[in-house]
Design a protein around this ligand. Sequence first.
Ligand code: ADP
Ligand code: MG
Ligand code: MG
Length: 194
Amino acid sequence: MALTVENLTEWINSFAAKIAEQKDYLSELDTPIGDGDHGNNMARGVKAVQESLTSKKPAELTDAFKQIAMALISKVGGASGPLYGTAFLEMAKKSKDTSDLTELFAAAAAGIKKRGGAQVGDKTMVDVWDPLAEKIKAGNLAQADVDAAVNATKDLVAKKGRASYLGERSVGHLDPGAVSSGYLFAALIETEGI
Ligand code: ADP
Ligand code: MG
Ligand code: MG
């Protein structure tokens, strides 16, 4: 499985469509355990990503990843902006050597963990990125895995980010960043030829 500028653009456009469609839902998820802005943050970010990729068509995979990262870092804001940005910057770096999905996602997941200091089980986007990067490595990522990883955040106690201020009261709510990250993996599964 390998990425090209073409299928990467298709994947990101599909992710952007899901975010736009679920914008209100993502902000609703962020209301009881956060500040209610995750959908708006992400929708602003993916719009900027699409504008960047259309106004300047990237020549190489590395340029595409960099443009995506820069748009996310400058437009998403909050805790999630720098974390999504880091994921794509790490993929940009790794893409100089390889277009292999396993290596790109391993680098992205490691980058998010390093940048945010969260581990699996802390009720963050790491609970989606880390196990699903492993599924990609095993060559069997499926939508059921995405759903399982996202839904597993519901029973966890938040240890990082705004939701951690609630401690035990964060239990019973899905993590919004895990849900938005789930859309990224769902879009990947749906993109043909990756
Ligand atoms: P903010 O909390 O600043 O308003 P968002 O609402 O856009 O930012 O994003 C919140 C999401 O960011 C959380 O649901 C969680 O998935 C993710 N997040 C927050 N802190 C961390 C962290 N330290 N490591 C990984 N993910 C994190
Ligand atoms: Mg928020
Ligand atoms: Mg916020």
